[in-house]
Design a protein around this ligand. Sequence first.
Ligand code: CA
Ligand code: CA
Ligand code: CA
Length: 320
Amino acid sequence: MIKQLYIFILLTISALGLSQPVPNVEENIPFLMTFGVGAGTSWGDDDFSQAFFFLIPEEYDEPFFIRVFDPDTGGKIDEIAGEFDTRSVYEIFGGEGVWTEEAAQETSPVGNYKSGTLLASRAFAQNPRYDNGWYTFGPFNPAQGEYVEMYKGRIFKIICEGVSGDDGNMYRYYLSTNADENRPIEGANAFAYEYSFRMHNDYEEVSHIYPYVEEGTISVKISNFDWDYDGNIVVISVARQGREVRVSGEDVWGEDELRVQEEEIGTSFDFRFVKARPLVRNNNVVVNVRNQYGDAMPFFTIPIGGVPKYRGEVEFVPID
Ligand SMILES: [Ca+2]
Ligand SMILES: [Ca+2]
Ligand SMILES: [Ca+2]
């Protein structure tokens, strides 16, 4: 019954989920951020590696592409340290174990996190050809992914790592049916167990991530790295109007724990990243969430169950 309900929810989203940029529009995150291994962690990236999963619905059987915006490190968009000398490698995996391998569902690049079959890879340094533009991986065949019954679809993984240099690589993804332009796959989604991203340089802009609360979740531990005291991180849910979470300073982790309420099961949290005034510029931050067993929880770019809205206090009207 629970599984059926879950699938129903996924299908409901499928009907709505027509856009597939990563990060997605609702997240309002300008860029993913991965630094070269030579950078100090005080720049805001704890491990120089970012893994993302793409979920292709089982009904979709055409070729698809994974497009990367600004894959290089150089030019206007990226974060320079001295001179641009960073190489980033993107690797795309499919096949058995790409997601089911335990290390793949962790938040650090440790053990067999590059599980599955390597389908494509490419390194980028400073490259004006791809600066402020797209590079396309593929075509891929959906059958190359790992089939996961619970998600009624096939999973692929892309890992971006800064293998040398000390600059920050900012980039985005798009899961597309087309090699030359961004055309979404209906019903597809993307998720990660840790987000390493760049905040806006505008305090009016609020970024979001949407961790999904599975059945059996009792409490969640929210960890954020190198927040630089840039305003507040606030949790909204169907049962929460806005609970502030302990935030981190420079080059350290901040942690906080929330008890999950019954109504929150089977919905997504809305973690809001609200910037400080005066403006904190070029802030990079890393976030992950774990349940009471210590398992990392997925953030879906298209929030499961939609963007959660606080349902408000229930009013009891006495009956005379
Ligand atoms: Ca450099
Ligand atoms: Ca870049
Ligand atoms: Ca930071």
